[in-house]
Design a protein around this ligand. Sequence first.
Ligand SMILES: [Zn+2]
Length: 241
Amino acid sequence: MRNEKRKKTYKRDAEKSTLMSKEEKILSMAKQEGLNIKKLVIHNNLDSLATIDSRKNLRLQEIFLKADDEVLKALFRTFTHHSEKGDAGKVNTFIVMNRVGRNIKGIPKTLLRDCYGPEGKHYNLKSILNKIMRKYTGQIPDIYITWRKASSGKKYITWGTYREIGKGGIIKINKILDRSSVPRYVVESVVYHELLHFIVPTETRGDEYNMHTRKFKNLLAKFPHMEKADIWKKNYFFHHS
Ligand SMILES: [Zn+2]
């Protein structure tokens, strides 16, 4: 009991200290890039994401606590006269990607009835989607991704679905994949597949339509563990029955 209590205190302290050091790191990086600032202020309002006020406070929206060094340096350079080509784009990409999934305006409530949101017990779909978009597609559609109610037929499982809404859409992933026994590359492969539907248009010929076109399949094959993932999915019924 006592031991447990002590462990908890340690954990809290550790969390606090990493947060502190990240803020300190941001401040020193900003100075290194030549910004004349006194203090870093982290805020959560969405109107102004990054500003320097008249008191020389660098005011950053809290999403920048998640930014890597490259994004932060690009951001700081945009305040200076030695800004590099591509800096603003890098920062904008980061901002857009970190808002993916937050804005669920425009998605009819009825579509979200069987959904739990992107954060699962084992896997966070939003971070998986962000990683995949950055790594494989370079495109950033406005997509909301969420776990949906676990369901499975006797011989057939719908691992994921997608639906276009306006210029973006919604991807739903079957909650049976949110388990420690499911390898990460399987979840990633399903997310990647659904994401590709937003990127590769469906081909129609008369009444027939083909969603999994040659272009789609070529892009699908670019995912490094696709074959392994397909085998795992095919074997699912042997492992879980
Ligand atoms: Zn498909």
